[in-house]
Design a protein around this ligand. Structure first.
Ligand code: FE2
Ligand code: FE2
Length: 157
């Protein structure tokens, strides 16, 4: 008896066009990260947050670097980089701000890990390498935020 196939359930084959769409979602997250770190680094008040506020300023600059790298990859794939950031949350409570940042970094890390695999699937090894470098930075951001919150960096699966 031949094995049954369920064509509807097969994952869509990845195309360069689809990869560009996914990178545009990454770019929207990078814009969001730039805005959140610019704003949060200035509104975090209190002696206990001085150190993390300085770190957030550094994150803001690194996120701009990431946005430029991702935009370049999108252009290389023949697509147009997005102009629209993901939405940014704000709160008057410092811990909320750090929690928002940490949640965003977790989502970013989850996506870039997937993106490295997808780049390799398409034979885009140099692109995978660039995203790996960004991933190293994002994991540092995650550690900075978790440390400031007094928790272990969460496992991202
Ligand atoms: Fe980033
Ligand atoms: Fe980050």
């Amino acid at each position: 008896m031949p094995a049954k196939t369920t064509p509807g359930k097969q994952p869509q084959p990845l195309s360069r066009q689809r990869l560009a769409e996914l990178l545009n979602e990454d770019l929207a997250r990078e814009y969001q990260a730039i805005i959140t770190y610019v704003v949060y680094s200035q509104v975090l008040k209190g002696a206990e947050y001085m150190n993390i506020a300085d770190q957030l300023e550094q994150h803001a600059k690194q996120e701009l670097g990431h946005a430029l790298i991702i935009a370049r990859q999108i252009d290389y794939l023949g697509a147009v980089p997005t102009t629209v950031p993901r939405s940014v949350k704000i709160s008057s409570k410092p811990k909320d701000l750090l929690r928002f940042d940490l949640a965003n970094e977790n989502e970013t890390i989850r996506n870039y890990r997937e993106r490295v695999r997808q780049c390799e699937q398409l034979g885009e090894f140099a692109m995978a390498e660039q995203i790996r470098d960004i991933l190293v930075n994002e994991q540092d951001h995650q550690i900075d935020l978790a440390t400031a919150l007094g928790i272990d960096p969460p496992a991202v699966t």
